[in-house]
Design a protein around this ligand. Structure first.
Ligand code: PLP
Length: 382
């Protein structure tokens, strides 16, 4: 038996995406999109078709989509490409490591002043805190993610971007986790740039995009040929990009049914979990992605629970994939003011459309058994 409940870490590639990619991996479509002969032109067409598919998913013009090697590169390009040396940068404390580390590198390498926006106990960036930080720190760019990868908390980016705009500050949002799990309208969000990744929506790993506002001034990070409007040099990962385009087109279908399905699975799990003594569910009272459940059991290490579930064929995560194994409690929970000992116990379950109620019942009964036996073990009772 194998039950995969870690869809925020990555999703299995959709069979139809794989089929669409095949001709670009081993078939006749091998031309370099920059070449001018027939094979090159065919590849160029495929590239532009994928760009239009991704653009359509978030409501922008194709030329606003810059393909990258994934969400990490898109976040790096946004921050490093938009912040001029010496100007200020503000990021939310709960951002993904690709934003936090890029921000810290900018601070070290360019002396760019860096400040953090805190979150409340539910992981939400309040407008008051946002206003305060922008008022107190010299800021050219602010980055706040649309949905958090650990808690699933959805920020009111539309409202935050309005505040930023009033202050003449440009805003970026990391929408990697939100993509395919909620409607995203780039213009409606009011940001100047937004990061996306293919492998969270049934596409391949190693491809993503930065979506930019028309006319945005952006410096490339990778220099070379004039690919991607001069903003990201290097022969394109065409098979990956074609896969991203196909995944974008497919994920658009049945969004409502998918989110409702995931919500039913999540709510049923949560309902039972709450009856177990010592269980704390994080960010339960605020707007969250419908597929995400982040919880901890007092007195049990998240990594221990993860390993015992894994032994029983159930895949979950103890915090974000990048942070797990680091031994450090989740920085997201720290920012929410959660006690270190409880934060160490955090486990994330993230559902996908392929999961069923049978998976949930199996998860619940396994969890109940394991929590009971781990607590007995910890208390020295045998
Ligand atoms: C919120 C968020 N941003 C960025 C990334 C990085 O994306 P990628 O794996 O495509 O580099 C992830 C991946 O886990 C993520 O969850």
């Amino acid at each position: 038996m194998s039950i995969y409940l870690d869809h925020n870490a990555t999703t299995p590639i959709d069979e139809r995406v794989f089929e669409a990619m095949l001709p670009y991996l081993k078939g006749s479509c091998y031309g370099n999109p920059s070449s001018q002969h027939r094979q090159g032109r065919e590849s160029q067409q495929a590239l532009e078709h994928a760009r239009a598919q991704v653009a359509m998913l978030v409501g922008v013009r194709p030329r606003q989509v810059i393909f990258t090697s994934g969400g990490t590169e898109a976040n790096n390009l946004a921050l490093k490409g938009m912040v001029a040396a010496g100007s200020g940068l503000v990021v939310a404390a709960t951002e993904h490591s690709s934003v936090l580390e890029a921000a810290s590198a900018l601070q070290q390498c360019t002396d760019c002043p860096l400040a953090f926006v805190g979150v409340d106990e539910d992981g939400v960036v309040s407008t008051a805190e946002f206003e305060r930080v922008l008022a107190e720190h010299k800021t050219a760019l602010v980055s706040v993610m649309l949905a958090n990868n650990e808690t699933g908390v959805v920020q009111d980016v539309e409202q935050l971007s309005e505040i930023a705009r009033r202050r003449g500050v440009i805003m970026h949002t990391d929408a990697v986790q939100a993509l395919g799990k909620m409607d995203i309208d780039f213009d409606g969000l009011g940001v100047s740039a937004m990061s996306l990744s293919a492998h969270k929506i049934g596409g391949p790993k190693g491809v993503g995009a930065l979506v930019v506002e028309k006319g945005l001034m952006l410096q490339p990070m990778i220099h070379g040929g004039g690919h991607e409007a001069g903003l990201r040099a290097g022969t394109e990962n065409l098979a990956g990009i074609v896969g991203f385009g196909e995944a974008a087109a497919l994920i658009q279908l049945g969004l409502e049914a998918r989110t409702e399905h995931c919500e039913r699975l999540r709510d049923r799990t949560e309902q039972v979990l709450q009856k177990i003594a010592g269980v704390v569910v994080f960010a339960q009272q605020v707007k969250r992605l419908s597929n995400t459940l982040f919880f901890a059991v007092e007195g049990i290490e998240g990594s221990t629970l993860l390993m015992s579930l894994d032994r029983d064929g159930i895949a979950v995560s103890s915090g974000s994939a990048c942070a797990s194994g680091s031994g450090e409690p989740s920085h997201v929970l720290k920012a929410m003011g959660v006690d270190d000992s409880l934060a160490h116990g955090a486990v994330r379950v993230s559902f996908g459309s392929s999961n069923t109620m049978k998976d949930v019942e199996q998860l619940i009964s396994t969890l109940q058994e394991q929590v009971e036996s781990l607590l007995k073990l910890n208390s020295g009772w045998t």
